[in-house]
Every structure is written in C-alpha cells, then in structure tokens.
Write a protein that binds this ligand. Structure first.
Ligand SMILES: NC(=O)c1ccc[n+]([C@@H]2O[C@H](COP(=O)([O-])OP(=O)(O)OC[C@H]3O[C@@H](n4cnc5c(N)ncnc54)[C@H](OP(=O)(O)O)[C@@H]3O)[C@@H](O)[C@H]2O)c1
Length: 262
C-alpha cells in the first residue's frame, strides 16, 4: 500500500485528508508533536529538527505538509512569532530531510494560504494577482519562499494557496457556528469584505490530484470560484442555525415531556 506522510496531520485538515486518502487505498502516516487518540499510523517530530522521524520518508509516495500553529488566536507578538516560525521551520526541516533520504517521495504538496493576496475589498484575486499587505501575506510569502528554497531538485512541488476551509469537524466554521448559536453571529465591520472558501471534500480531492497527477507542479489557488461577502456568509449561517434551533426545540420539548410522564 502506498504511504503518504502528512506533517501537521493531526489537525482539522490532516484528519479529514487522512480519512479521504485511506478510502482511496493509501496508507496515511500522521506526523505531529502530540500523539492523538486516532486510528492512524503516527510518528512524532518537533517540527524543527532532523531526527528518527526522517525514516518515515523512505519509500513514501508523497509528503503533504500542513504543519503550523493555529491562526485562531489573539494576534499578540508571541503568537504572531509562533505562527510564522512554526510554518517556516517545519518546511525547512522537511526539505533538509528529503535531501538526506535515499528513496524520498516524488511529490511534496505544501499548504499555503489564499490570504497571501491580502484583504482587498473590491479586487477578485487569482493566480496573477500581486500579494497583499499584513500578517497573513507576510507569513504566506515567508512560508512559500522557504518551500521553494528547500524543495529538492528532483521532487515535484505543489503549493496550494488555500482559502477558508469549510468542514464538519473543525476549522473556523466551528467557532463561527458557536458564536452564531449564541446569537452573536453578525457581520464584521460593514460586512462587504469578500470571503473565499472551499469545502474540505474539494480540498481533499485537489490534494489527491496533486499527488497522483504529474501535471500538477507550481502553485494553485485552492478556493471555490464564488467568494461571498462576509454579510452574506453570516446571513446564511444564521439562517441554518435558526433552522436547527427551530428543529431542536420541539424535539427537546417532546423529550422533556416523556421524562415527566413515563
Ligand atoms: N483550516 C483552514 O481553513 C485553513 C485554510 C488555509 C490554510 N490552512 C493551513 O493548513 C494547515 C492545517 O490547518 P488546520 O486547520 O488543520 O490546522 P490545525 O487543526 O490547527 O492543525 C495544525 C497541525 O499543525 C501542528 N502544529 C501546531 N503547532 C505547531 C508548531 N508550532 N510546529 C509544528 N506543528 C504544529 C498540529 O499538531 P501538533 O500541535 O501536535 O504538532 C496539527 O497537526 C495550517 O498550516 C493552516 O494555516 C488552513
């Protein structure tokens, strides 16, 4: 069975991808600093230094690098530093490990961010757009620069500039759903800013294509083609929540009534 190494594979996207790849007949191997309670092969690393973990690369079909400190936090200087360093250091050490491997994977799929294009309110960005201004473009550029500098000559490299990933079991949607449930799911500012998004299933398919289709080389914007305004996105989310709250209330009442009378 072909092995796929997923660094930073124990988070929201890694677990989703691992399940997807297993269904496609691959053996995913997750690398992270903390061992999760999951039914997948796991190898520990520190995301900075070469070590025993490098053995896992020998004979693997591909590596997918998703490692990075969550950006879902208050942007203190310490957090910003960690957001940057965790991505740059992990990418750098993967490149070093690949260069030392005798039989390294043929392809390296590297996570990047669509936020590299910044926060333009009116411009729809594509592959030809210039990169933007701010923390995310700064981190995105450093991340990609490290990848390009460290990618071994004979390894096919695919960067995915990925937008907001919508999925059931994690990511920013979970936080947005939580605050929307509390009645706080309003728009941010004037709500006109665009929100680019991609469903986890489409992202998994894209990564699968990047692994298996040799024509994938270079960088790609991993996003659905139709961004919506923040106002529209939150409106849709509020609509769904109202539906579920409306549905769950009568069920709750039936359950309570049963408890009282039987
Ligand atoms: N979710 C999205 O909407 C989205 C969109 C665009 C790009 N991305 C990028 O895709 C990647 C995965 O996203 P995700 O949503 O799956 O994130 P996540 O759930 O926070 O998972 C992050 C993964 O990285 C590891 N990690 C955390 N801090 C680290 C550090 N300091 N050094 C090395 N590894 C570290 C975590 O495991 P350990 O802490 O155990 O090491 C975990 O395996 C991230 O790089 C993220 O920026 C995500």
């Amino acid at each position: 069975m072909k092995r796929i190494v997923i660094t930073g594979g124990t988070g929201f996207l890694g677990i989703s991808l691992a399940k997807f790849l297993r269904e496609k007949g691959f053996q995913p191997i997750l690398l992270a600093r903390h061992k999760p309670d999951l039914d997948f092969a796991f190898v520990q690393w520190d995301g900075v230094n070469l070590g025993d973990w490098c053995q896992v690369l020998e004979g693997a079909a591909a590596i997918v690098n998703l490692a990075g400190r969550s950006v879902d936090c208050i942007k203190t200087p310490d957090h910003c530093d960690e957001i940057l360093r965790s991505r740059v250091d992990s990418t750098k050490v993967i490149g070093e490990a690949l260069k030392l491997a005798k039989n390294p994977p043929k392809v390296w799929v590297q996570m990047s961010t669509a936020h590299i294009y910044g926060d333009s309110v009116s411009q729809v960005c594509d592959e030809n757009s210039s990169t933007g201004y701010g923390l995310a473009p700064f981190v995105g550029k450093a991340w990609e620069k490290t990848f390009l500098a460290t990618l071994p000559e004979n390894t096919r490299g695919v960067r995915l500039r990925t937008s907001f990933v919508i999925g059931r079991n994690g990511g920013a949607l979970t936080s947005l759903k939580r605050i929307t449930n509390l009645g706080l799911g309003g728009k941010v500012g004037n709500g006109k800013q665009g929100m680019s998004w991609i469903h986890e299933f489409d992202l998994n398919n894209l990564i699968y294509e990047a692994i298996t289709n040799e024509r994938y080389d270079g960088f790609f914007v991993a996003s659905a083609p139709s961004p919506v305004s923040n106002n529209e996105f939150m409106k849709q989310l509020r609509g769904r929540m109202k539906f579920f709250i409306g549905l769950s209330l009568p069920l709750f009442m039936i359950k309570s009534w049963n408890q009282i009378h039987f």
